[in-house]
Ligand binder design. Structure first.
Ligand code: SF4
Ligand code: SF4
Length: 194
């Protein structure tokens, strides 16, 4: 690649053309670049069929892993390091990274809410030493406003887990164990602004 901007554009385009829905860049420890990639979490998955959702989830993770592996190969062929973290990674919670990378904001449901995809994104990441620039979210206004005038997730919760401006884990847990994800399913991002 001619320069790091070309490399960054190439990586972003490749990801978006091959199944990722959103790509953003940020840094940890103020210097180590991280690519954050949002893959689809489909509301077509039938949540009260655990075997089906597990199978679909595995398929999605496998598809995303192959794409992340290709991106890592591109980075390594350019002489950089690349450390892949899939949506199932033990590394843990990618929500703060996704928000720092401009892919959404904290939703009232406690998940990342994206203007285009609501809360239906599965996040993965690639840590690298390539000189990639942090993203400036193009739709920052929409990102910041996505929960304004909306309480669909709160209203949809069958356990009233969001009562009194706090999240009652103990109310959610038994429902979530039985496959409840109403607070995720109803979130549609900016569609709800209209
Ligand atoms: S359903 Fe509405 S209030 Fe809840 S996270 Fe999504 S946009 Fe925000
Ligand atoms: S998973 Fe279900 S019970 Fe738990 S907060 Fe979301 S809607 Fe409420």
């Amino acid at each position: 690649m001619e320069n790091s901007a070309d490399l960054q554009n190439h990586l972003t385009n490749k990801l978006l053309q091959q199944g990722a829905l959103a790509v953003g860049y940020t840094k940890i420890r103020q210097q180590e670049p991280v690519m954050v990639i949002g893959f689809p979490f489909s509301d077509q998955w039938i949540l009260n069929h655990p075997f089906y959702i597990t199978k679909r989830f595995e398929e999605e993770v496998w598809t995303s892993w192959k794409l992340l592996r290709d991106i890592a190969q591109v980075l390594r062929s350019e002489g950089y390091s690349a450390d892949i973290k899939t949506p199932l990674s033990l590394f843990g919670d990618f929500r703060p990274l996704a928000i720092a990378a401009g892919l959404g904001n904290w939703g009232k449901n406690g998940l990342v809410t994206n203007p285009n995809y609501g809360s239906k994104l599965l996040f993965a990441a690639i840590f690298t030493n390539a000189p990639l620039q942090g993203s400036v979210a193009e739709n920052l206004g929409l990102i910041n406003e996505s929960c304004d005038n909306c309480s669909l997730c709160i209203d949809a919760c069958p356990a009233k887990a969001f009562q009194d401006n706090r999240f009652h884990k103990i109310r959610c847990f038994p429902k979530a164990l039985r496959g409840c994800s109403e607070c995720l399913q109803v979130c549609r991002g900016r569609v709800q602004l209209h």
